[in-house]
Design a protein around this ligand. Structure first.
Ligand code: SF4
Length: 175
């Protein structure tokens, strides 16, 4: 990973950590692990603020986030936290379980335990849901098999959009 990518990843993980602190949680199969990781950092006494209401120093937090940021890969519609190749669904599907990089082109982020979805990915999923809805509307009544496949293609992105919205709404409910 070059310096540009390392800096970019650090910026992205810091953004998501700040989101977490505001109650905007990640979603997706890997969300739980990422939330636990953020919670550990948030409660780390080493970066306890000197006084209430003083935001913890970005540099201290970046130090704690940096290792995790090194395993971050960007999918078009998700973040991939490539911590363990044996858990990578894309590698399992490709039959290359010992590869050292994820196969982003084969990513199935709705099912991979290393994937998370964030507000930044919402538009991609919403567009996908809208597109499949339009196709469904254009299908003739007799095209049963295609309808079933498209319905599932529509349900999945719609579910992801709803999860992202629900996670963001949790934050606005608290404010
Ligand atoms: S399936 Fe996607 S999230 Fe999972 S390891 Fe592969 S690229 Fe990463």
């Amino acid at each position: 990973m070059n310096k540009h990518e390392a800096d970019r990843n650090l910026g992205l993980i810091l953004t998501e950590f700040r989101n977490y602190q505001q109650g905007i949680l990640p979603t997706g199969p890997g969300a739980r692990g990422l939330i636990e990781f953020f919670a550990d950092i948030d409660q780390n006494p080493a970066i306890e603020p000197a006084a209430p209401k003083i935001q913890r120093n970005d540099r201290d937090i970046l130090n704690l986030l940096s290792k995790r940021s090194e395993v971050l890969h960007l999918g078009p519609a998700n973040y991939c936290w490539f911590t363990d190749p044996t858990r990578a669904l894309c590698l399992k599907l490709a039959g290359t379980p010992t590869a050292t990089k994820p196969l982003i082109g084969m990513c199935d982020s709705a099912r991979c335990p290393q994937a998370t979805h964030h507000p930044i990915h919402r538009d991609v999923w919403a567009e996908h849901a809208q597109r499949t809805k339009t196709f469904l509307g254009q299908l003739g009544k007799t095209r049963t098999t295609e309808r079933e496949r498209l319905t599932s293609d529509h349900t999945r992105p719609q579910r992801i959009v709803t999860a992202i919205d629900t996670a963001a709404r949790g934050a606005s409910d608290q404010s």
